[in-house]
Each structure stands twice: as structure tokens, then as C-alpha cells.
Design a protein around this ligand. Sequence first.
Ligand code: PEP
Length: 259
Amino acid sequence: MSGLFFCSFMSKPLFAANWKMYRSYAQTIEQCKKDLDLLRRLGANATIDVALLPSTDALSAVGQIVAATGIYLGAQDCSAHDLGAYTGQVAAQSLRELGCSFVIIGHSERRAASDTDEIIAQKVGQAFKAGLAPIICIGEPEAVYNLGQTQQFLTKQLQALQSILSAHTTHHFNIAYEPVWAIGSGKTPTPPEISNTISCIRNFLETEIGSSQFRILYGGSVNQKNAGELKNIEPFEGFLVGKASLDIQEFAHIINMIE
Ligand code: PEP
């Protein structure tokens, strides 16, 4: 889905499926075709936003398959640069032209690979310029969580975004709070812990930056067993789901838990 989707979407919860590089191109297409009826049903639910974020190679084909279903398309990363001599990179502008509405930026797997706070801020700028809504991932490592210093850690990650977000206060974006230790581990913070952390993030975005056009998602080991409990996060604005979203039936179950 492309076009003028920004008018009302921020008021709905977003369920975003980060398929990472779990599947090949052919496997991704096969899965989407197999579950197309279910995807149509998810996309037709006007009370939520659903986005598929396949690997870059599959964006065009997945976009064609889900065209006119109401499902949004998103990418997992973009270049920090304008069009130019950047071998192997993909411009935010190209992602928009491919039909993407969203792009994940600053996922902990990208941060671990090479993305610094400065690069992440540049990527967010590119996403805004291209008309994409970034899903900006922030989250603390386990040692920081154990020391009870999550909020200080996240505040530093947000401070690194302060200048770019302040310059784009009318643009829509999403923050995905993803504790690094929760990703792919089967472990999660409790809903009250997540609610507290989300409230701290919201406070920073509203008072220090002056943003209002954002959603705060939770991500990290969400699955069909814990989704019901995790929906008790206050306020609940959506999930970024990795492994469990590969099975579209399970992804649908996670989504239905909150309806
Ligand atoms: C993620 O990597 O964004 C994620 C949430 O992964 P998982 O659901 O597999 O923990």
C-alpha cells in the first residue's frame, strides 16, 4: 500500500513483521502466496495497521502480492546517504518508490554490525526526506537492565536522535522499544516494566523534542503465548515481531489477541 496513508494511521496499533533474513527470496514469495487469504483478512481490519518487512530483495514481489490488501510494506534498513557512490546500499527514496511506507532503523542487529548513533540519525533523516515512517529501534543490553539503568540508557539513545526529530516534528515515526536481551531469547520484561519504560520514552519525545506524531511499539520475543499478557502494556500501540511473524498464522494469532 502506498500513497497518503499518514492522515489517520498513528491512532491505530501497528503490528510489524520483521522477517529479517530468515528466508530466501523464493521462500518468502511462496509463504506470502500460500497465506494470501489470511493476509487479506489482516489487511482488511480497519482498526489496526499491519506491515510486512521482508528482506530488500523481496520487497518488490511482496509488494505486488499484497497490493490492494491493506497491508503496508516496509524495509529493514536504508542508507544514511542521498543517491550517490555507495556500493551495496539502498536509498530511502528507492524504498519509497518500491511502495514502502515504513523502514526499520537502528535495529540492534544493525547497531551490533556497524550502525552508530550518528549513522542512525542520518538514516532517520533520509527516511523522513523520502516520505517513509521510520520504526526506530532502541533498547538496553541485559547488563544495563540488571543494573536498573534502562531509562538512562534509552535517554542517551534518544538524545542522539534529538536534533533530527526536533527538525521534523510534524513527521510521523515509530519507536520500537526492544530490549536487546529480549530479542530472540524467549525472555521479556513484564508489562508494568514495559509500560514504565514507554512512559519515560513518551515523556522525552513530548517534552524534550516536542513530537506528537509517534507510536511506541514493543518488540522482543513476542509470540502467540505471551501476546495476550503483553497487550496489557499501557498504552498499547503495537508490536514489532521477529521470529513469530514468520508463521503468518501465528502472526495473525498475535494480532487477534488484542482485538
Ligand atoms: C526483532 O528482532 O525485531 C524481534 C522483535 O525479534 P524476536 O521477535 O524474534 O525477538
